[in-house]
Design a protein around this ligand. Sequence first.
Ligand code: NAD
Length: 343
Amino acid sequence: MSYFTQLLEGGYEAVHLLSDSKSGLRAIVGMHNTRLGPGLGGTRALATYASEEEAVADALRLARGMTYKAALAGVPHGGGKAVIMLPRGSFDREKIFESFGRAVESLGGRYITTEDSGTSPDDMEHVRRHTKYVVGLKERSGDPSPVTAYGVARAMEATAKHVFGSPDLKGLRVTVLGVGHVGMYLVKELHQRGAKVWVSDINPASVQHAVTQYGVTAVDADALHRMEADIYAPCALGGAINDTTLSLLNVKAVCGAANNQLLTSRHGEQLARRGILYVPDYAANAGGLINVAQEWAGYDRDKAYARTSLIFDTIDTVLTRAKESGLRPEQVADRMVEERLAG
Ligand code: NAD
């Protein structure tokens, strides 16, 4: 499909191709909808894109996701996301990120960057040498994971209110797949609220930490998926709800931190048919975005947490409207975003 067809069909504003022959930079910035404010979204840096077309498609898909996440969270930003196609051989990482900083600056503030998969706080330090349009910096808002986890816990409270009649998570059985940055902080939030927690992760050290620090029970992924529990929290990779896991799940609700939890929209339909309530991922995991948006506005940790706490209200509204309309929660959330963008 031609680039213009992709942009027009997907409602995109622009795709920027940014390059620098000295450093070898090849970056793509996808811009979806900036009606509510400048694009804000992370930079993904990978050496594994099979083609430029694949990298552009990834930047565009991710930018669209940011439009939806920001609009639903009430953050005054739009959808932007960057992808850097890292050279396959040896290269000077510092120079690549410095030239990326210059490229971001050249966009004049339409796009504000931050970390994402494959980029680190150190990379952002190199970016910031040449642009002011960067957030998630070490000595400012720092690691977004604790705030993201807090937001997911608030989303779970709203879920519990709808499914079990009370927002209290005490005694509820929660399964967590992936105890990395966000998953571990989520386990901490759940521990503080008195939930009973089971975890699984491919990294044994992380599992051990969760067991010793928070008294959770470790199980393998297959057992975790089959367990009878109240809420399942996918906190590892995307596509956690797929043909295999769908048939195993024995929970009342799915509410977690991972992006793109539903492998396809069909998996959302199937979850609903099985009577499992799905909390839209981009609604539950917006705390990290709220945190960096707060950094852009002037960082205040208390304000970032107070705004993230409102994820409870957002999920409450989404689930109430879903019940009233017969639509699935992810359809309701998308409609709420589209109303905000049109309004
Ligand atoms: P992370 O890499 O720190 O953690 C992921 C964890 O999942 C790791 O411990 C890893 O070992 C584990 N894992 C990977 N594959 C697995 C598998 N097949 N089975 C079990 N465990 C597996 O990443 P993170 O920052 O914690 O992010 C987790 C998810 O949340 C991602 O989907 C991310 O996009 C999303 N997210 C993160 C943030 C944030 O603030 N970090 C914000 C919004 C969304």
